[in-house]
Ligand binder design. Structure first.
Ligand code: ADP
Length: 484
């Protein structure tokens, strides 16, 4: 089966959040299962630097490929690399005007850039003579791909058998633009219609992906249910309900080869489930590096996240000083909204030696934190899947979460009687609930050592690998082909 996975982010070439992790890991697992999968992404400015950092070569393979449909036309060059430690090909699409930006989402007019990229992909498939059985599109940036296939390309023999799977990684970002973008996209005007792309007087790319693909999925079973309700549906709940028979939830995994505490070169000391004392060596080295007091008796509570409203930071801000009344240290790594950046920087100044706040994107420090801390906090308002809890569990760091979306599907409350469960959490979105849950984790960590060891073992044994989920994607690809 030929599969084209199309994404704006692919780890390690360009990453902002979880989308990159998924695009960088799922294809490797699919390839192992015999699927002929190729990746297609924009060649963002940052790609060259990251490729170099990972020792990955990039070669130009095509020049001057025509971009169909888009108003004014255009041409792209195509570069090729591969995912680390695999033979999965990554095709990168470039044009001097549309892809002159350094970061993934830096374009002034990202709507036009996304349209141009989506159109270019079709030209590139033909130029490579790569006939996909399934195009797997991801998030709003590629939401128009299924729309073109069902409209402008409907009678094109090259794509006659091409089915589509559309994955929603985060419903909070839908790609909503004024109706003129439809003209730029070269799509039929009748799509400006409530049963198609129209959305409160504008057009919505994600709505296109949802309505025009053969199969829709999101990244956890709980989120797939939640988004059909007004609380989580971000005004698309009605549209999602229309597709509910074709709407699936497939949990993400993480790359178990790359993220393995026994071999990860980024952490201070390697360890596994049988020598957890070495995990604590990571803790003391991390404390030194972050200028925290080197104390093994204080649980180190960490958080690594984009600092945006979705992540439940308002709850944490509410109880930050109460948190510090517990016998803990706190470390934060993240960038985002200045209101959060400023608050936590000021907070760290008030707790020297006990709180470390790092406002930057730093993949290496992230791994050191996953390895070196005791408790990992994710109190999200909503969380399509969440990867942080999976990384932390893999490194024996116990998650404290709000039970929503993928967090509810992967973290289970520890039961000291049955010795089951891999973390702690709360349901009601309230700061007092967050504090209670954290206090419970701190209690087990400091006072119930045998239980804590058991929780760590349970967490490290939780299967968050891609193999399980890749199998489910393969099923979705087959369902999509049947429906085509
Ligand atoms: P989202 O996709 O909403 O950002 P996820 O939990 O799915 O959330 O994925 C977040 C990913 O980004 C994780 O791999 C996390 O470790 C990483 N990450 C987030 N912020 C940073 C940062 N400042 N530095 C390094 N890694 C980060």
């Amino acid at each position: 089966m030929n599969v084209a996975l199309v994404s704006y982010e692919v780890h390690p070439f360009a990453k902002v959040g979880g989308l990159a992790d998924v695009s960088g890991a799922l294809p490797k697992a699919l390839k192992r299962m015999g699927v002929n999968v190729k990746l297609f992404m924009p060649k963002h400015g940052i790609v060259d630097k990251n490729a170099q950092k990972f020792g990955l070569g990039i070669e130009k393979v095509l020049e001057g490929v025509d971009v169909p449909f888009v108003n004014g036309g255009g041409k792209v060059d195509v570069y090729r690399s591969h995912l680390p430690k695999s033979d999965v090909e990554v095709y990168m699409i470039w044009n001097p005007e549309y892809f002159k930006y350094e970061g993934v989402y830096d374009a002034e007019d990202i709507g036009r850039q996304a349209i141009f990229f989506s159109c270019a992909v079709f030209g590139v498939f033909k130029a490579l003579d790569f006939k996909p059985d399934v195009v797997h599109a991801n998030d709003w940036q590629t939401g128009l791909i299924p729309v073109y296939l069902k409209t402008n390309l409907r009678d094109d023999p090259f794509f006659r058998d091409t089915a589509t799977v559309y994955t929603i990684h985060n419903l909070g970002y839908q790609g909503v633009f004024s109706r003129e973008y439809l003209e730029f996209a070269g799509l039929p005007v009748y799509l400006f219609n409530i049963d198609a792309l129209e959305f409160y007087g504008q057009i919505n790319f994600m709505k296109g992906g949802i309505l025009f693909s053969n199969v829709v999925n999101t990244v956890s079973p709980t989120y797939a249910e939640e988004i059909q309700t007004p609380e989580y549906g971000a005004k698309l709940e009605g549209v999602l309900k229309v597709r509910s028979a074709d709407l699936y939830g497939v949990l993400n995994g993480i790359d178990y080869e790359e993220y393995n505490p026994a071999t990860d070169k980024r952490i201070y000391v390697n360890y596994d489930i049988n020598n957890l004392d070495k995990k604590y060596m990571n803790k003391s080295r991390l404390q030194e590096e972050l200028r925290l007091e080197v104390r093994d008796d204080l649980p180190l509570v960490s958080m690594i996240n984009r600092l945006v409203d979705q992540k439940g930071l308002d709850l944490l801000m509410d109880v930050a000083d109460y948190l510090m009344m517990l016998p803990v240290q706190f470390v934060l790594l993240g960038t985002g909204d200045p209101k959060y950046e400023n608050f936590f920087q000021e907070f760290a100044r008030r707790y020297p030696g006990r709180a470390s706040v790092n406002i930057k994107f730093d993949a290496e420090l992230a791994q050191k934190i996953y390895a070196g801390s005791d408790i990992f906090l994710i109190p999200s308002k909503y969380e399509p899947c969440g990867l942080g809890q999976m990384f932390s569990m893999r490194y024996g760091t116990i998650p404290v979460v709000r039970y929503t979306g993928g967090l509810a599907d992967t973290v289970f409350e520890y039961d000291p009687v049955r010795k089951e469960g891999n973390g702690f959490g709360f349901v009601d979105y309230k700061s007092s609930e967050l504090l209670k849950s954290l206090a419970k984790a701190v209690y087990f960590c400091t006072m119930r050592k045998d239980d804590w060891r058991r929780i760590i073992v349970n967490a490290m044994s939780t299967d968050c690998s891609w193999d399980r989920s890749a199998d489910e994607y393969l099923k979705l690809y087959n369902i999509a082909r049947e429906k085509q």
